[in-house]
Design a binder for this molecule. Structure first.
Ligand code: GLN
Ligand code: ZN
Length: 766
């Protein structure tokens, strides 16, 4: 008998205890062979499939697993390999890692954030000579593996052609159609082979359909899926969207595929409204994403049940698949291994496995009747209630401070030019000041020290001594390299958000709650479970100590409100804006503590600002205004003499450059080295008058950049930016780099700056 089925869109690939990272890094450091790596990866993959099977998932995704990134997987599978990585003697796996990480002779491909998440994908590149070819049918091998080893008839997952091409670069807009035409036959071939192998459903991910598409782009979508359908293929195509409402629902559901996956969580109710208004084709399947795949809270099952009831009035149960709103890649694996969380909080959480349990429970209710899950619904509601009234969540002062601010505009006393004059007087920096973004190499010695302290093996005094010693060492190193503005190095921080979360009220921490950020790097986002307040100074100790050792300015280092919010799992019971205001007010206090301790430059990092940009144009303005507001709320109270810096990561800034201006930060540094200077073009057409550093080298690659290379990079930037406003710095923090890469790189950077300064001195500045 036909019935409603459960599915997932994708499952975390990193393992319960980050076994994935361990295997990759062991391979990269050549302590295991390629064969070992393949075995370890297969073990992980099969384990995750079996787990989903045991949890009762009907349609289990295969091919969502990756050795680095699923966009890179798709690009390499279709032969989108940049010319600089063509080497006769490399295996496909070696080439794959080279594209992601760079090698001695070639800079890694750019990476950027996957829609509005903190997951980074590798940007596929088209070169002059790139002709897509099918290198391997990845989903097919994963399908066969699952079938042969576990008897699972999986659902192969593949990034769809339109999104793949939209996310790629290196081609002209007018060539989009013809390139798509070269990709589509390859997809047809893949689908045909999958059909022959006995695949029932294939999931083609097209998250681009949640953004605003032009009419022309919409035509490409229609055309592509017409072609994929017309070929003689057997598997059914499930066209999967997520992170937003489908931008054109009517156009979507008229595509000739067999099913549609819609996100009913991040759509502001619009997918359901459209479903109700336009109906749903009677011969098609709806994969309804009803459980939030991006946050960690347990679902209100009553609410989910209601939603499914309303959906079932339009789509019959046998044509319904219930699943999370998006891939579970964005949440940790399981709450079960968390032993240190307050039971009130733990009871309210759901990570990947618990979300799957919610899904299979809801499906059971549909198939066997609501009474079969009544008890579970009741228990879940009790757990959520208990959490809601959990006393540590409530800080009346923090709430009051937010309401006292009301809608007041946070503005600094003086305008930028007035402040600039004061800063020049005070800091007397040379032209093209050199600096770094904040963190310095976190060696295993440093990580060990933190862990010893954490586990109680070291006293606070021993630990503080150790940190001070590192700070002192690196102040010396920075001085001898000749940097102009120094940093304390962030050795005491494991992660730029976790560190602040641990000092602030309202944050909770998991033990194993890792999620992949880029490559083998994972982050462990804190959980904002209540009101945020700052009981005491958070950063003054280390920064003041660093400043006491040098006459050069040391920048205070803070993480900004948008980034703290964005890189945490936030509470959802109050508005995001109110949560970020609470964080901003806590930072405002921290900034005055730093000033009171004589710190004159304070950097408030907002690397996450750009990634939070909503997919839909109609929502962008409000998001940006709120982000600017909270940044200014954190920084507006400073003295005129204090120089506020900010730093942002990866992205196309053209779109938000006006907002960057409105932050009113005195100096901004932006990651750009890996996008090969494209960002610079954004500054050709805008006037930006404040201090700005466009990273002159890529810290994500182990390569030491040469002086010449960086000199070129600086000179290129000076074509569009004035030497009086330009700062020279690496493109991001150095914590992931080794000392022997960092020191020579910074030396070369300072040397490159000197050479440019000399050139400028020879030719008078405009
Ligand atoms: N100050 C931080 C660091 O240097 C900034 C990191 C980031 O941009 N992600 O590590
Ligand atoms: Zn950065």
């Amino acid at each position: 008998m036909k019935r409603t089925r459960s599915s997932t869109i994708g499952y975390p690939r990193i393992g319960e205890k980050r076994e994935w990272k361990e295997a990759l890094e062991a391979y990269w450091s050549e302590s295991i062979t390629e064969k070992d790596l393949l075995t370890k990866m297969a073990d992980l993959r099969l384990n995750d499939l079996q787990k989903q099977k045991d949890l009762g998932v009907d349609l289990i995704p295969v091919g969502d697993f990756s050795f680095y990134d699923h966009v890179l997987d798709t690009a390499v599978m279709f032969g989108l390999i940049p010319d600089r990585f063509h080497a006769e003697d490399s295996s496909l796996l070696e080439t794959y890692f080279d594209i992601a990480r760079g090698n001695k002779g070639a800079i890694a491909s750019e990476m950027t954030k996957w829609f509005n998440t903190n997951y980074h994908y590798i940007v596929p590149e088209f070169d002059q000579n790139t002709t897509p070819v099918l290198k391997e049918n990845r989903p097919l091998s994963y399908f066969l593996e699952a079938k042969n080893k576990l008897g699972i008839i999986g659902k192969p997952v593949l990034l769809g052609p339109v999104t793949l091409l939209k996310l790629s670069k290196g081609y002209k807009n007018e060539d989009f159609g013809s390139l798509l035409n070269t990709l589509v036959p390859l997809y047809q071939h893949v689908l045909k082979e999958l059909g022959e192998a006995g695949v029932e459903w294939v999931q083609l991910d097209e998250p681009i359909l949640g953004t605003d598409l032009t009419e022309k782009e919409q035509e490409y979508v229609t055309d592509t899926y017409n072609k994929l359908h017309s070929s003689n293929i057997k598997p059914k195509i499930l066209l999967q969207t997520y992170f937003e409402a489908a931008s054109d629902y009517e156009a979507l559901i008229s595509l000739p595929v067999d099913g549609f996956g819609l996100d009913f969580v991040h759509d502001d109710g619009r997918n359901f409204d459209a479903l109700k208004k336009f109906g749903f084709p009677a011969d098609k399947t709806l994969a309804a994403g009803v459980v939030n795949g991006r946050n960690v809270w347990g679902s209100d099952l009553e609410e989910k049940w209601d939603l499914l009831e309303r959906i079932r009035e339009i789509v019959s149960g046998d044509r319904l698949i219930v699943q999370p709103s998006c891939s579970l890649l964005h949440v940790p694996v399981t709450v079960k291994t968390e032993e240190n969380l307050a039971p009130e909080l733990k009871g309210a959480l759901a990570f990947a496995d618990e979300k799957i349990e919610e899904i299979t429970l809801l499906v059971k209710g549909i198939n066997q009747g609501r009474p079969s899950i009544e008890e579970n619904i009741k228990h879940q509601r009790e757990r959520l209630q208990l959490f809601h009234h959990f006393p540590p969540r409530i800080k009346p002062d923090a709430q009051k401070e937010v309401s006292d601010w009301g809608g007041k505009e946070p503005i600094r006393d003086l305008s930028f030019p007035e402040r600039q004059a004061l800063h020049q007087d005070q800091f007397k920096l040379p032209i093209l000041p050199t600096t770094t973004i904040g963190s310095l190499p976190q060696t295993s010695e440093i990580r060990q020290a933190r862990s010893r302290y954490r586990h109680g093996d070291w006293s606070a005094a021993t630990y503080d001594n150790f940190i001070n010693q590192k700070v002192a060492e690196w102040i010396d190193i920075q001085e001898s390299i000749g940097l102009d503005v120094l940093v304390h190095g962030e050795f005491e921080r494991n992660d730029m958000v976790e560190y602040f979360g641990e000092k602030l009220d309202g944050f909770a921490f998991t033990k194993f709650g890792w999620v992949q950020s880029y490559g083998s790097r994972s982050v462990k986002p804190p959980i904002i479970y209540g009101d945020v307040a700052s009981p005491e100074p958070m950063t003054t100790k280390e920064i003041t100590y660093a400043q006491s050792l040098t006459n050069k300015p040391v920048k205070g280092m803070l993480t900004g409100p948008v980034t703290i919010y964005k890189w945490s799992f936030p509470r959802e019971d109050i508005h995001a804006f109110d949560v970020t205001k609470q964080i901003a007010l806590a930072l405002q206090k921290e900034i005055s503590h730093l000033e009171e301790n004589g710190i004159g430059m304070i950097q408030v990092d907002e690397p996450a600002l750009r990634e939070g940009l909503p997919l839909k144009d109609s929502k962008k303005q409000q998001y940006l205004q709120e982000s600017i507001y909270v940044f200014r709320l954190a920084t507006c109270k400073v003295k005129n003499e204090t120089q506020i810096h900010t730093h942002m990561c990866y992205s196309e800034f053209g779109e938000i450059i006006d907002s960057i201006k409105q932050l009113d930060a005195d100096v901004i540094s932006i990651e750009t080295a890996r996008s090969h200077g494209e960002l610079i073009a954004d500054f050709e057409n805008v006037s930006y008058d404040k201090g700005i550093g466009l990273g002159v080298y890529d810290i994500h690659s182990p390569r030491v950049p040469s002086t010449e290379e960086m000199e070129t990079s600086i000179l290129r930037a000076l074509k569009v930016l004035h030497p009086q406003q330009f700062w020279v710095n690496p493109d991001c923090g150095l914590k992931t780099r080794g000392i022997d890469e960092t020191v020579p790189s910074l030396k070369n950077m300072v040397e490159a700056t000197k050479r440019v300064r000399e050139k400028l001195a020879a030719v008078p500045v405009r």
